[in-house]
Design a protein around this ligand. Sequence first.
Ligand code: GLV
Ligand code: GLV
Length: 327
Amino acid sequence: SPPKILITRAVFPEVVERLARHFDVESNQDDAEWSPAELAARLQGKAGVLTTGSVRIDAALLAACPDLRICANMAVGYNNFDLPAMTARGVQATNTPDVLTETTADFGFALLMAAARRITESEHYLRAGRWKRWRYDMFAGAEVHGSTLGILGMGRIGQGIARRGAHGFGMDVVYHNRSRLAPALEAECKARYVDKDELLRTADHLMLVLPYTPGSRHAIGAAEIARMKPGATLVNIARGGIVDDAALAVALRERRIAAAGLDVFEGEPQVNPALLACENVVLTPHIASATVATRRAMAQLAADNLIAFFEQNRALTPVNQVVVATK
Ligand code: GLV
Ligand code: GLV
């Protein structure tokens, strides 16, 4: 009989139908909210799971679900997985890289533009009926073209943002990352490697695109914000928790930096009320990869990983190395 699979959240119907041609599938097309106990109960006997970044797969859950062999995340980030626990139990983990790179880079730029040019702040003003006369300094923001773009984290998405900045907006691009890009890639992105301190001090706009790890928690806190330019914009399309949201709210309120654009939050979907009270921040609900085409491609890649794992003993985009048992 085919392996049993659980799909933890609602997903494109054609993906459920496709998986049902390969597996015995239990899905959650009503998108019910499952407690950890209910998730564990539904995972009993399941060999694979297709899930999203909003569902935590931790050591306790893995211990309660000994039949589980693969967790396919419909996201490029996978900090919802306890990866060491998965590897220790021989559970394969996969993500969805590449298919969302350019779409997510587009959104990073959208947030940068919206924050620097005060688009949502001015729209709220207009909708509230407060626009009575034009004024020379009304919603005057920061220049984007020709400015210095700082990028923290230079994976595929960071490189997409660098290309947009350098080639599309004539920006001077500086970046910091655990490792330097190969010289040819640096040249193509027109990006210059700097240390973190120089990045903070020189960026007119700082874009965060690094994965969340215990080491990147509060990579941008009060001390880092204090080193940024007073007119700077901070954009976080990476993960909540990389920025100290409370410290950022204080800095925004006191205009120590000009503006921010945030797609991810500490403790999301809760958003720090101090951020909600700031006018100079653009807030979006974790939608950087949300185009119809890209979300479809992400779901299909997650499904492809499950199919390849069970039918060819080989996940397509693994994020850990496990010994795959051939049955
Ligand atoms: C979204 O946040 C993702 O990691 O794909
Ligand atoms: C991951 O961090 C990526 O940029 O694809």
